[in-house]
Ligand binder design. Structure first.
Ligand code: CP
Length: 317
């Protein structure tokens, strides 16, 4: 595997999940693959789970790990070509990226949507520069439009907890005080659409996602109706995608918060969220603390999704 940015890069999903379960049962069984190999993790944005789980996955595989927090101690990077660099940015990505590539074998990149330019975000201009100029396999650790390591972990978790062959999975928008990118819901939709699950997305009008990711899913504007009989409830906030409101908050309506009355509409459903989560905005304390909440095993599976991706990249070197 030379690139991991989308469900398309993982190939057959059943095979990938089986590989994940095998890796989970024998996570130190591939330590030879990473011997004398180095992972560079480049963060343009904060992280808890991605940072720790990916580093742990690399260590399970015997890799060395270097972490670069671009905004803490590195030179400020210019991303646009053709700019006269007379401002505060001391180095251009076009030099920095191949230099970074020269110190490692595999690169992970976290670079969120900036909500300044929709085309730049949706063309994944930062991530693609790493893919084009590093001369190394590159994987997304959440980029502007997708978070495939999260979605792969979500899929593994649903496969572990599902009680029917084709569960009903509901992705629901929930309120949040800040404008959040669409990366997690985009990827979740893309990955769920690639399964044979029943998949429904519910959100207030105006929060439609890019159809490139949601195509194939049912959209239901009535959250209560969408939640009826759900086996899995995946809550997430996102800012508006559609013009002219790209990156804007259109609602903080707390009637969309997932509470115990909403969970009663489900088929004794499991609650999921990628974390970090704002309690009593996205989900109430009692729901996230209930025995139907699987947010902790979901986060734990981030180590497994990262290990499968790194394993495949190491096998392709
Ligand atoms: N879910 C997730 O990616 O968490 P972090 O932002 O903490 O890495």
């Amino acid at each position: 595997m030379k690139k991991f940015t989308s469900v398309k890069d993982i190939g057959d999903l059943k095979k990938a999940v089986n590989e994940a379960l095998e890796v989970k049962a024998n996570r130190f069984g591939y330590k030879h693959l990473g011997s004398n190999r180095t992972l560079l993790m480049v963060f343009f944005n904060s992280s808890l789970r991605t940072r720790l789980s990916t580093q742990k996955a690399a260590m399970n595989l015997g890799m060395n790990v270097i972490v670069l927090d671009v905004n803490q101690g590195a030179w400020k990077l210019e991303t646009e070509r053709g700019v006269i660099m007379d401002g505060d940015k001391a180095e251009h990505m076009l030099e920095a990226i191949p230099v970074m590539g020269s110190y490692c074998d595999v690169i992970g990149v976290r670079s969120f949507a900036r909500f300044e330019n929709k085309n730049a975000d949706y063309n994944e201009e930062i991530l693609n520069q790493f893919i084009n100029y590093s001369q190394r396999p590159v994987f997304s650790m959440e980029a502007a439009t997708g978070h495939p390591l999260q979605s792969f972990a979500d899929l593994i978790t649903i496969e572990e907890y599902k009680e029917t062959t084709k569960p009903k999975v509901v992705l629901t928008w929930a309120p949040h005080p800040r404008a959040l990118p669409q990366a997690v819901p985009n990827s979740f939709a893309e990955w769920m659409n690639a399964t044979d699950y029943e998949f429904i997305i519910t959100h207030p009008e105006g929060y439609e996602l890019d159809s490139k990711f949601t195509n194939g899913a049912t959209i239901e504007y009535d959250q209560n109706k969408a939640l009826e009989g759900a086996d899995f409830v995946y809550a997430k906030n996102w800012a508006a995608y559609t013009d002219p409101n790209y990156g804007k908050i259109l609602s903080t309506d707390r009637s969309w918060t997932i509470n115990s009355d909403k969970m009663k509409l489900t088929n004794n459903g499991r609650f999921m969220h990628c974390l970090p989560v704002r309690r009593n905005m996205i989900v109430t304390d009692d729901v996230i603390e209930s025995d139907r909440s699987i947010v902790i095993p979901e986060a734990a599976n981030r180590e497994i999704s990262a290990q499968v991706v790194l394993k495949r990249m190491l096998e392709s070197l």
